[in-house]
Design a protein around this ligand. Structure first.
Ligand SMILES: *Cc1c(COP(=O)(O)O)cnc(C)c1O
Length: 401
């Protein structure tokens, strides 16, 4: 695991991160931090984590040279890190697995989680079933209506799905409700967080569990392509798949790191989910300080993206820090551009990508034609797109039965 000295002992990445929580959670987060510190130094724990990743999740995920698509674009060679081939179809299982093992180590019998589109809910319900833990998933009532196949999946896996009817009845309300449950039942319950955000130590431990993505690329790229890539590209919602592939590359300063946020209908329209690329200001939400989409009064504003997994007004604190330090660059890709990349990957490579990942693919498609044919772009294909086919059909005016 990477041993960089961020965050500091209070969870700060520069001026971002920290822990802004109710008094009742302070000692729970302190316990979690201490237990995690012991776990990451414990060879047996790490061996078990990697055993589960190999035999249950199906790692290492391959790297694939998208030769036909690259040739069509007429420039750089594009390689795809296939997180879509993991059990449950995305990168989220990496960190859900690590956190479930931590929960077991801490003797917690129940896990809870928040979910928006349902992907993190499914990953959490999966690891809970794997280890025989009780599982409660908080989900906004509007999201439940929009994502019924994922709700049914969670129930099949034995989880209880609780509808959240407060606020905008979506992800950020589900997060508040999950926090409330945790405050009340903190002794028996482990909170499995879905992205590299939230109060310290979550951004750090989610990053460390997801860093397996980049660690594999470090040996896979020389093997397949003969060298490390010129740039690594990943989509950024809360930032977990991006920090997972970026982090091991921080020690390789010649590799550009490019995070792609959801530009929605365009940065100029205000209807997007791109706090970093749009030049938003910093604020506190869900227990940590970072860039945040807010109005002049500090009220969090509504976000928009064609992909539910990128539809979040904040961003993990390490990305805020990487932006300020300029080690990573952050750009936005609009709904239309992401959809084009979605269809191109389907047609030219036989891979249906998640709409989230399609944002990273679209950025590669923008850059590749400007580059030499021996340049190399590595894109994190964070998930498969089967979950998105209804959205894509609807946008094309097709109704699926
Ligand atoms: C949830 C999700 C994302 C966004 O979350 P990050 O924490 O930013 O990685 C991206 N891709 C897929 C496939 C997802 O399910």
């Amino acid at each position: 695991m990477p041993k960089e000295d961020v965050p500091d002992s209070r969870g700060y990445f520069g001026v971002y991160g920290g822990s802004f929580v109710a008094e009742t959670l302070v000692s729970a987060l302190e316990d979690l931090k201490n237990e995690y510190q012991r776990a990451r130094a414990d060879k047996q724990f790490m061996a078990e984590f990697h055993h589960e990743l190999k035999h249950y999740v199906g790692r290492p995920s391959p790297v694939f040279h998208a030769q036909r698509w690259s040739a069509r674009l007429g420039g750089a060679q594009i390689y795809l890190k296939r997180e879509d081939l993991n059990h449950t179809g995305a990168h989220k299982i990496n960190s859900a697995m690590g956190q479930a093992l931590l929960a077991r180590r801490m003797g917690k019998k129940k896990v809870i989680a928040e979910t928006g589109a349902g992907q993190h809910g499914v990953a959490t319900a999966t690891v809970a079933a794997r280890f025989g833990m009780e599982c409660v998933i908080y989900m906004g009532a509007d999201d439940i209506a929009r994502q019924s196949p994922n709700v049914f999946r969670m129930k099949l896996l034995g989880a209880t799905v609780k509808a959240v009817t407060s606020g905008s009845r979506t992800l950020k309300d589900a997060l508040n409700e999950a926090m409330r449950d945790w405050v009340t039942n903190v002794n028996s319950t482990f909170y499995i967080l879905g992205t590299a955000a939230g109060p310290h130590p979550y951004p750090m431990l989610v990053r460390d569990f997801q860093a397996v993505i980049g660690e594999e690329c470090l040996w896979q790229m020389p093997e397949l392509a003969g060298r490390q890539p010129d740039a690594v590209i990943a989509c950024v919602g809360g930032g977990s798949n991006a920090i997972g592939i970026f982090h091991p590359y921080l020690a390789h300063p010649s590799v550009r790191l490019i995070g792609v946020e959801a530009g929605g209908k365009g940065l100029g329209t205000g209807q997007h989910a791109a706090p970093l690329a749009s030049g938003a200001s910093a604020g506190v939400l869900h227990g940590f300080r970072s860039y945040l989409m807010q109005n002049a009064d500090g009220q969090v504003i509504e976000t928009h993206s064609v992909s539910a997994g990128l539809d979040y007004p904040g961003v993990g604190p390490e990305h805020a820090w990487l932006k300020d330090s300029r080690r990573a660059e952050y750009v936005a890709i609009n709904d239309d551009e992401a959809l084009q990349a979605f269809h191109d990957l389907c047609r030219f490579e036989g891979i249906i990508p998640a709409l989230e990942s399609s944002h990273a693919l679209a950025q590669a498609a923008k850059m590749a034609p400007q580059m030499d044919k021996d340049a190399i772009l590595l894109v994190n294909l964070s998930g498969r797109g089967d979950k998105d086919i209804n959205t894509v059909a609807q946008l094309a005016g097709i109704t699926l039965s």
